[in-house]
Design a protein around this ligand. Sequence first.
Ligand code: DLZ
Length: 152
Amino acid sequence: MPQAKGFRFAIVASRWNDSLVSRLIDGARDALKECGVDEGAVKTYRVPGSFEVPLCATKAAESGRYDAVICLGVIIRGDTPHFDYVAAETSRGINEVGLKTGVPAMFGVITADNVEQANARAGSKHDNKGYEAAMAAVEVVNLYRKEFDSGA
Ligand code: DLZ
């Protein structure tokens, strides 16, 4: 199990599809706990929808308070082209957070055709996109500290 004691994380999560997103938040928190992160070292920010996640994640990253930002949301395809716009801008925006700020921003957003699909990706441990994104966050923070921090 990778260790992350002393690391600090922000979770930025949408309220849209809240029952599923809450399970992603739980999954992310479980993963961080397993890696030795103190509960007080994890701060969760809620935003209205996934479209709002990138800006909040940018602000969290720029605050200098966090080693990584874990972005969570659930976007479900409907009958309109809205899904495509929201999904595309959310993923592009989250990628930009890391590239622009240098703080890793993890993509824990489910994009699904229907609720059943989304449900299957909000299960437990490795079947939970929040858990998976948090584990990836711990991995890259360890990697960047070891390989790129001054004095390493
Ligand atoms: C409007 C909208 C729609 C149709 N679907 C979703 C969705 O499946 N998941 C999600 O996180 N957000 C959705 N939203 C809301 C947008 O993300 C955003 O909050 C609004 O367009 C306001 O900017």
